[in-house]
Write a protein that binds this ligand. Structure first.
Ligand SMILES: [Zn+2]
Length: 260
């Protein structure tokens, strides 16, 4: 029931934001003029499909071809945009004012357990095919102990927001809490940013490296519990030639990403 309510409210928020976007697009006087989106209908289709996979509402045999077609459609629209493309030498560390040295353990494999992870298992996935990037937040109020301010989550790469969950409460079974999926068509990657406190981007939005997409938080089935230090859960999936996503260790990319 709760999942159903969460899903319906996500759809309503997306519809509302899409409606607003269309009104602004048609008015010609739009405060979002610097923000580029793929089409509203494709953004809605994308967010919906990712939610269905997340909730186990599609069997794997039918979700795989739908997912591959979706990525091809998005890539086509992305490539039509006259925007800068960003290779890994332009990528940005995903937490503002942080680096690997102060936010991740010393080992490149610390916490990265791809195991039997499968994207199409959705919320019931196995393993921990990600790295957790910790902020200093001893009282767990989501504010940095050093600055007393929330920590910005930045997009590492360029790409398109495939899906975003804006709502979460402690009764939810969602492990990612308020999450964001970004598709980087140039580098054939999917990036998953989870446990955010607030999400400030919308499905369909095109982002660049260093763009603020969220603030770091404690949302998610386990992340909100006291035993869990405040962190960003970052997962990177590499797409093969058939658009099948498989996890890779983000450590190397994080190590070379530019801190800002
Ligand atoms: Zn994690």
């Amino acid at each position: 029931m709760n999942r159903c309510v969460t899903y319906l409210s996500a759809c309503l928020i997306l519809l509302y934001s899409c409606k607003n976007r269309n009104e602004k697009d048609n008015s010609g006087a739009n405060s979002d003029k610097d923000i580029i989106f793929i089409s509203t209908s494709l953004a809605f289709k994308s967010n919906t499909l990712i939610s269905l996979i997340r909730d186990g509402k599609l069997d794997k045999d039918s979700s795989l071809p739908k997912f591959k077609d979706l990525l091809n459609e998005i890539k086509e629209q992305y490539n039509e945009q006259a925007i800068t493309r960003y290779n890994s030498d332009k990528w940005v560390f995903p937490l503002k004012d942080y680096t690997t040295d102060i936010s991740i353990g010393n080992s490149k494999d610390e916490g990265y357990i791809p195991g039997r992870y499968n994207f199409f298992d959705g919320n019931d996935h196995k393993g921990h095919a990600a790295l957790d990037i910790f902020i200093t937040d001893s009282n767990q109020d989501c504010a940095d102990d050093r600055t007393k301010k929330q920590v910005d989550v930045l997009s590492m790469t360029g790409g398109v927001v495939l899906a975003a969950e804006m709502n979460w409460d402690t009764a939810s079974a969602l492990r990612g809490g308020k999450y964001i999926w970004i598709y980087d068509p140039l580098n054939k990657l999917l990036l998953y940013y989870a446990h955010n406190n607030t999400v400030i981007i919308k499905p369909g939005q095109i982002v660049k490296p260093g763009e603020k997409i969220a603030t770091c938080g404690r949302t998610g089935l386990n992340a909100f519990k006291k035993r869990s230090p405040t962190h960003l859960h970052l997962m990177i999936l590499k797409l093969d030639e058939n658009n099948y996503p498989r996890p890779i260790n983000p450590y190397g990319y994080l190590k070379t990403a530019k801190p800002i």
